[in-house]
Design a protein around this ligand. Structure first.
Ligand SMILES: NC(=O)c1ccc[n+]([C@@H]2O[C@H](COP(=O)([O-])OP(=O)(O)OC[C@H]3O[C@@H](n4cnc5c(N)ncnc54)[C@H](OP(=O)(O)O)[C@@H]3O)[C@@H](O)[C@H]2O)c1
Length: 250
């Protein structure tokens, strides 16, 4: 199960997993994009089930996962990827709406899906949850306040859930990227494409498939191996504050 499969990292992970023969359940709000991706992935021969859902909607998430159970679909892998940033403001200028979007999606959305899927994994004593965190969960940056707080929360939840899972075979990992070129900045700046472009200009940033490779690695270790956290930065970005910009030929 991949949340946030309609763009960026989630979409790249869906492609990589399909190529590896993994049957997929793809979630996000934009149903048209989910269906287009499912049609494209037909060629890989894996089963692709899509469901347009907002991970913030706990009832709808739970109804869907209950339905999956009823029809006999078990989730062996959960990739908690759906997430977003909104705005880039000092805290004292911040928008309540932006805060709600980030906290409700990045923390509570991840919890909603995890709470629905993890009991089945524990009952089967098998499964792997991979959370997409961020460098923003390791270091704060100016005006990143609430987004960073949500990613620190994801990191805490990965660590804390691993304590809860001790003695089971269920694994939880997090893959935490630095700058990845996706729709993330477009969403952060509410569709301002010019402003979003400036974030990636002159930066040989990570691409979604780099993170998909990392997720694939994490998922393909021997049962005895649990990667708790994989922090991945672009070579040109050694911290949120230290980045080399130059002409990039993509
Ligand atoms: N890009 C970066 O530099 C970067 C760095 C570190 C970590 N991350 C993290 O990586 C994850 C993926 O981001 P991305 O960079 O790939 O951004 P993206 O291209 O904007 O993709 C975000 C995905 O999340 C989905 N999503 C957002 N809100 C949702 C909701 N309420 N319910 C269901 N799905 C929702 C979106 O689908 P719909 O709009 O169709 O719902 C979309 O598929 C996020 O957790 C982000 O925090 C990104």
């Amino acid at each position: 199960m991949v949340t946030g499969a309609t763009a960026g990292i989630g979409e790249a992970c869906a492609r990589t997993l399909a190529e590896a023969g993994v049957h997929l359940v793809l979630l996000a709000r934009r149903g048209d994009r989910l269906r287009a991706l499912a049609t494209e992935l037909d060629a890989t021969g894996v089963d692709v089930l899509t469901h347009a859902v907002d991970v913030r909607n706990r009832d709808r998430v739970t109804k869907f996962t209950d339905w999956l159970e009823d029809v006999g679909v078990t989730v062996d892998i959960l990739l908690n990827n759906a997430g977003l940033s909104r705005g880039l403001d000092d805290l004292h200028d911040g928008s309540h709406e932006d805060w709600d979007d980030m906290i409700d999606t990045n923390i509570k959305g991840l919890l909603n899906v995890t709470r629905a899927i993890l009991p089945g994994m524990i009952a089967r004593d098998s499964g792997h949850v991979v959370n997409i965190g961020s460098i923003a969960g390791h270091m704060v940056y100016p005006k990143g306040n609430v987004y960073c707080a949500t990613k620190y929360a994801v990191r805490a939840l990965t660590d804390a859930t691993n304590l809860d899972l001790v003695g089971t075979k269920v694994r939880m990992s997090s893959v935490d990227p630095g700058l990845v070129e996706t729709e993330f900045s477009l969403v952060r700046f509410r569709g301002d494409a010019e402003r979003a472009k400036t974030i990636y200009e002159g930066v040989d940033s990570l691409m979604p498939e780099d993170i998909a490779d990392a997720v694939y690695y994490v998922l393909n270790q021997r049962q005895r191996v649990n990667v708790l956290n994989m922090l991945i930065m672009p070579t040109v970005q050694r911290s949120p504050f230290v980045m080399a910009r130059e002409e990039v030929d993509r």
